[in-house]
Structure formats: structure tokens, C-alpha cells
Design a protein around this ligand. Sequence first.
Ligand SMILES: [Zn+2]
Length: 234
Amino acid sequence: MKCWICGAENAATREHLAKASDLKVLFGKPSQAKPLFFNASDQPSRPRRRNVKVGSLKSDTLKFAHRICLGCNSKRTQPYDYAWEHCSGELRGAVPRLLGAGSFRANWLFPHDTRRCMRRVHLYFVKLFGCLVVEGDIPIDVAPLAKALVEEQPYPHIYLAFGHLPLPVVAAGGSDVHTAELNGQVAFASWFYHVGDLAVNVMYALPGEQREGLKVAWHPSMGAQRLRFSRFGD
Ligand SMILES: [Zn+2]
């Protein structure tokens, strides 16, 4: 299988759909006796998976079926993984305050090298979104996403919105990917990644798309000043 990021033929590792560190924080170490619940999208290539019981963080249920190569899964994208791990922990620990304020400053999350760290958070979701696109055969060209990941540059069409999304059960994972097409091309796609009540709305939007969700979204080109923290699902 070919790695969609670098094109290498020996794509042998599978990316986690939800970050193992996020799952660990939320559930501790799952076991067969104390499983965690996992949600995943219902892409055409896969059956619907809602609140799937998982007994181990190494379970294949938690990973994309499509593979990326070891170099891309480790060295290349680890800085992005770490940036999200940090961001996720800080945001989760401050949800009540963030809901009260409605926003947060990027340099509160990352006091040093703020722009680069925020760009890495963006790239973490570019990677996950690319995996979803490949996995679900969504008609979006992943070559520019791969290029952004390789060059550590922002990808122009992916926006993130952070916020609180209350869920009926303690769960982690992702929603379905909802897409809207224009002239046979995906013009807008929306996907929620969630760790407990913390949610990230990952949006793919071509220029000219004016969707409600984009109003509270952030992109690295906007700089790393103040980011909105929303109440999703209201
Ligand atoms: Zn690769």
C-alpha cells in the first residue's frame, strides 16, 4: 500500500483516528472488563461504528484502515501530534472558563513560538482529515494536503473551530464527514473530532464558501491571536 503523504510504497503503519494520548486521559487504560467507547465515521468503505467497545488502546478499531509509512507516522508528523496533545490537555482543563470567556489566546496555549505551534495543531488535523479523505474515498485531492505536511506549511482550505459539545456518553472519536459538492467537486466538508466534551470542528472550505461554522473558525493565515471557543450543538 502506498503512503498517501510521501508516496512511499511500504506504508506499514496505521494512524490513530483519535489520538491515543487523548483516549488515555479520558478513559485511563481500557481493558476488556472496562472498555472505552469509540465513535467513527460511516464512510461508504466501512460499516457504521457508534460507541464501539474497545478493550485496548492498540486495538485496530481505533485506527484508520489505510496506512501511512513509518517515517510519516513518526518523525514527520510527531511534532504535529505533540502540539495537539498539549493543546488538547490545556483546553480540556479549562473548559468552564473558556465557555465563560468565549475565546482564548493562542499564546496562553503556547507561550513560546506560538505561531509555529499553532500551525502544527492545524497540521495535525490536516493529517487526520487526509486520512479520512483517503479512507472514505471522498473526492478531494490529497496531494496538496500531503505537500503541506511535508513542508510544514499551512494548508489553505482547512479551518478549525474549538468548543464544547456535550455528549450523552463519555466517548472519543469522530463524527461522520458531511460534504457539500459544487460542480462535482467537494466545496465544503465538516467533521467533528471529540475528546469527551471538547470538540474540534474540522472544516474543509473552498474559497467563496460562506458557512455558519466558518464564522468561529480559525486558520493559520489569520495569525495566532484570539481564537473562539464555542458552544456547539446549541
Ligand atoms: Zn510516508
